[in-house]
Design a protein around this ligand. Sequence first.
Ligand code: HEM
Ligand code: MG
Length: 336
Amino acid sequence: GVVIVVPPVSNATGIKMIPDNAHPFQAPGPNDQRGPCPGLNTLANHGYLPRNGIASFEQIITAVREGFNMEHDLAGALAGFAMLARGNAFVNLVSIGGASPLVPVLPGAIDGPNPPGGISKHGRFEGDVSMTRQDAAIGDNVHFQDSLYDELLLYTGRFGDDSPVTGNGSIVTTKVMQEFKFARFVEDQVKDPVLQYHVGRFALSYGEAAFVLNFFANGTDGTLSTPVMGSFFRNQTFPDDWYRRSSPGDINLIGEGVDQILSAHPIAPGANDANGNYVLDAPIDTCSPIYFNLAVQNLPASYSKATGILKQNVNTLIQAIAKPFGCPAVFPTGPS
Ligand code: HEM
Ligand code: MG
């Protein structure tokens, strides 16, 4: 086992051209893991994350700061959740794609007899109503889907701002995401008989749209053009002449982005029932429903069987997840 240590907060968080010379693009090889997150895929393609796509908690926090200026505690919550949901917290490794021989079964088979699925595995972290990946029940929930991206481009052309450089309707704005995200929800609500859009996934889904606006935009002027967005989504590479954002992007920034996106077409967490009707969830009365649904209700209660280093790491990661929500850490109670 490897003891997980939360890295110190770095103050290397200014605007910076990315990538630097030490991080050239290199296409992944056949055994390198890539998955549903265009941010992590891009970082691995440039060696900010290990190019094989197998990363530690600390490596993920450092990489998302270096490449995108994601704030420390937000990064810690996402990395901690990925590790507990789909990685091996005993050896401190998670695959940014599918299952890998480099990420073994947890000791004591705490999460079943199989090796952890990696973040590509549906449920817990990967979920429904993604932007450029299909719902697992509809199609490919891992790889970039041209048809969905074309829809995003269509909405950008219709609702985006004009740019003197890249042309009319080529700047991706909050308005674009307001309309696109609502359209994606309506589509999947009709097409996915087992649509799950509970508050944890709901917040991540809208949060990821806010990631696009806040982390993919060029840090020089904060605007996001369609060629830049395409570079990340389609090619999983940093664009030319691209700068990371000029200040750390934290959970409050993303929360405000989510509220803005939702405000045009307010919908609420829920799931489809057997008749294909979208049934709203009862509100959860807790410090943070998002934290509670994601980490307490969804992570397996069997982590309570952990001993030694694994137990220590589980506690470290649960605290890292709770921290940016400002909530007390609560031990998971979910199914295996
Ligand atoms: C989606 C993990 C950081 C941008 C996802 C998904 C996972 C994930 C599991 C799939 C969810 C789904 O749509 O079903 C993580 C982890 C991170 C991280 C563990 C660690 C900090 C980032 C960063 C960015 C980013 C830094 C942007 C620079 C996105 C976007 C999507 C996404 C845009 C949605 C893709 C789509 O809907 O087509 N991420 N992510 N992520 N992530 Fe990340
Ligand atoms: Mg998904």
